[in-house]
Every structure is written in C-alpha cells, then in structure tokens.
Design a protein around this ligand. Structure first.
Ligand SMILES: [Zn+2]
Ligand SMILES: [Zn+2]
Length: 471
C-alpha cells in the first residue's frame, strides 16, 4: 500500500498532466515495472554517456533514467542486469520494405510469391521481415512501398500485439509519374501507382490518406506541379511526404514543393555531388535527408569480400527452408544481377555522395532501403550507420540520427527516439561500446518495445512478460 502511494507520487511528479489517470491505474492494477540496471546509457542526445546507469519502466513508459545510484528501484520491479553492456534507444529505420527479404530480383520474387501461396505467402514474408527488424533492435520502421491492404493489415496487427515485429508506419503504394519509373514487376510488386496529372496525384494522395496510411511516398519522375499537389493534399490530411529522388532536378522539385523528407539523395551514381546551391538550400530549409548509402555502393564490395554473409545462419532460421532456398537461388551469381548494373558508378561517387551532406550540416536521418537485394532487414541499419561513421560522422551523432533525429523526422519526436521520462520504452542493449566500435550495434542482446521484452528475456520472467524472445 505504501509502495503504491509512493509510486503514484513519483508518477505525479514526473507527468503531472496524467496524475488523475495514474491514480486510477495504480488503484486498479499496478503497472508492470522493469528496471534495466548496470550498463552504460546513451540517451539519444549528443551528450556524454551515463555510466553504470539504470532505466526504470512502468507499463510501456520510461519513468526514470540516470546513474543507478540515483534511481530508486521499486521492490516489485523485474531487474534486468545490463552490466558491461550499453543501453540505447530502440533504432528507427526510415526506409524499409517488408515485402522483400533481400532476394536478388523483383522480376522473379513477386511471381514466385504468387505461385507459392500468393497472399498467404506475402503475409508470411512481411511477418518475417518485421520480426527480423525487431530482433536487430529496430523498434520502429517506416515502410516506403507495399501493396495497400496487406501492409495496413500487418501494421495494425503488430501494433495490437498480434504479431511480433517492429512498430510500423507505412506509405502503402508509392505515387509515380506515368512512364517515369522502371515500372514492370517492381511497380506491380510494391503496389506503385502511376499518375499523369497533378489532379490525379492529389486524388491518389487523398485516397491513400483516407485508407489510413501514415505518410505518402512520392517516387522520382514527378513534375513540380505533381509534387505540389501531393504535398498540399498530404499536409491537409496531416501526413508527411517522403520523396524518392536521385537526380538534382528531382531533388530540386521535391524541395521546392515542400516535401518533408528527401530519400536516397546522392546514392545512385547520378553524378553527385550536388550543386552548392542545392545543398545550401537543403541545409537552410532544415528538411532532413536520408541518403540510403550502403545498400548498393558498399554492400556490393562487402559481399565480394565476404560472400559467406549471404548464408548467415540467422537468415536460414528466420526465413524457413522454402523461402531461404528461393533467396539463395536468386543470389547464386549476385554480381550479374540487374540491380547492381550501375554499382561501379555508384562506388565512384559514394564517398562524396555521403560527405557532401555530413560536411554541410544538413539534418540527416538514417534509412536503408532494407529488403532490397542482399540488403537483409537483420543488418541493413547497422551497416548504414557504419558507412556514415566511416565517412566522418561521429558515432554519437550517427546514433542520434538513427534514434532521436529519426523520431523527429517521422513525426514521433515526443514519444520515441530517446531514453528519458515520459517516452515510450523502446530500449535496446548491445554488447560492446558503439562509441568505440560502431559495429557493436550488430550485437543486439536485449530488445524492449513498448516496455515489453522481445529478445534477451530473463527466464524467471518468461510467463508474465508477454511475447517471447528469440530469432
Ligand atoms: Zn525509394
Ligand atoms: Zn525503397
């Protein structure tokens, strides 16, 4: 009883707005408490880490975080020892695709799904992808291109707790200009929509917003008037627009039309660096860029050096035998794939492509195009972060980009992206110090999302903690 009253006081002090609600909750049922104790804490802000820290979670919220010596841990809290490791906010991916799993060719992947179970297999694929992301410490993902109904369905089932996966924000089909993109199997598989006029672009945006998408993806090839129509309609519906843009003219159109997030910019060998004027305008606009740098230009070289990465045993476990065999088959001669046709040129420009933004001071988020050929959901984000660090971004800034800055970019800055009282409890624990070696982010040992542990669960707590761990 005394403890309950104490807790209520603590909650009231931290979040006075919800005092009434907290009292009601506390008297009905004390929320579950978990404490992560002992490890170093990176809060998501660019400040020195807190050593030997503790984070206290009640229900799905963080209620306290700081040096362990200063945090009072209630006697009924489940204590998880994080000593010798590093706690940081759950990672956020601003560019993933659940409908693909790293298969080598859209031309054969989507027909393969159709002839091997169709919609049921598509659902299975998306569930696998969402779980891979979560197990890699990616607690929130923006999906930028998938058929509308299936992607809305998996988003909702994950968010209700029926499916174990990364929390999803989704665009559904992207909007492209008629004849402006590759079309074919890619467009069909990702559910892309073609529009011929700004009026049509506005109509499709309205339809997607009404269906419940979280954001709009505008593909390349659109005119300035198309972008403006999409942005106006999306903003009227209070959703953001992400543009898929490479060429300087496309970036310029998207920027001038008021697109909220510039994706890909400078990562496809389209003769970067961009003009000084464009970079300056991007920086001054404060509009974030997400370079998606690693997925071809670096991944190609990394795979050539270590093709064994394609047979990572974790992939076999995650995919199951049938999908694993199909993906393996598609990657047999991976260097001949159409997807990597221009990689030589991309590699020529890759360093300048990333550095132009790092050195300019642009707002930079992190996103990977995960799911694209050889770009597995299980590792895409730490690889992207590593590229940014290798190109001169400090590890601290790169981690902030993938957590706090990404949360702001996706419009969830109030709820997600940092470890501080009041935020949703999305926390990961990694083995090794990522400030010393950024690839420590590939050693995710504990994943907490919404205050629940999905990986690295202490056995004693297995019955009460909900959805279980494992790969
Ligand atoms: Zn894209
Ligand atoms: Zn993409």
């Amino acid at each position: 009883m005394i403890r309950t009253r104490l807790t209520v006081t603590v909650i009231a002090a931290i979040t006075c707005v919800t005092t009434f609600l907290s009292v009601a909750t506390a008297s009905a049922q004390t929320p579950r408490r978990v404490a992560l104790v002992g490890g170093m804490l990176l809060t998501g802000y660019e400040v020195p880490p807190i050593h030997h820290a503790a984070v206290l979670i009640e229900g799905d919220k963080i209620v306290a975080a700081g040096p362990a010596s200063e945090i009072r841990i209630p006697a009924d809290a489940t204590v998880i020892d994080t000593s010798g490791r590093v706690m940081l906010p759950g990672l956020i991916e601003t560019h993933g695709h659940l409908v693909v799993l790293g298969h080598g060719s859209y031309d054969t992947w989507f027909p393969w799904i159709n002839s091997h179970g169709g919609e049921a297999t598509m659902t299975r694929v998306m569930e696998i992808a969402a779980k891979q992301l979560l197990m890699a410490g990616v607690t929130t993902t923006v999906d930028l291109g998938a058929p509308l109904k299936p992607i809305l369905s998996i988003r909702d089932r994950i968010n209700k707790g029926a499916v174990v996966g990364s929390r999803m924000l989704v665009s559904g089909p992207w909007i492209a200009h008629l004849g402006g993109t590759g079309g074919g199997a890619m467009q069909v598989g990702f559910g892309g929509l073609n529009v011929a006029t700004p009026e049509e672009a506005a109509r499709e945006t309205e339809r997607l917003a009404a269906a419940g998408v979280d954001l709009i993806k505008a593909h390349s090839g659109l005119t300035l008037a198309d972008y403006k129509a999409i942005v106006d309609t999306a903003h009227k519906n209070r959703i953001k627009v992400y543009a898929h843009v490479y060429a300087e003219q496309d970036v310029r159109h998207a920027l001038d039309a008021g697109v909220d997030v510039l994706q890909h910019v400078g990562s496809a060998g389209t003769a970067p660096p961009y003009s000084k004027e464009l970079i300056t305008d991007i920086v001054n606009s404060g509009r974030p860029v997400v370079v998606t740098a690693a997925h071809r230009a670096w991944l190609y070289e990394d795979t050539a050096a270590f093709p064994e990465r394609l047979q990572d045993p974790d992939l076999k476990k995650a995919f199951g035998p049938e999908i694993y065999a199909e993906v393996q088959d598609s990657l047999k001669n991976w260097w001949t794939l159409g997807y990597f046709q221009r990689t030589d040129r991309e590699m020529l420009f890759r360093e300048r492509g990333v550095k132009q933004f790092i050195e300019s001071g642009a707002v930079m988020g992190m996103g990977t195009d995960s799911g694209t050929p050889m770009n597995f959901h299980s590792e895409a984000l730490w690889r992207e972060i590593k590229v940014h660090v290798d190109m001169g971004m400090t590890p601290m800034r790169a981690i902030a980009a993938a957590t706090r800055v990404n949360a702001q970019i996706i419009g969830k800055g109030r709820e997600l992206g940092s470890i501080e009282p009041g935020k949703i409890a999305d926390i990961i624990v990694v083995n090794g110090n990522p400030l010393f070696d950024i690839t420590a982010l590939s050693h995710v040992e504990i994943v907490m999302k919404d205050g629940r542990i999905y990986k690295g669960e202490p056995q004693s707590d297995a019955k009460t903690r909900g959805p279980s761990s494992g790969k």
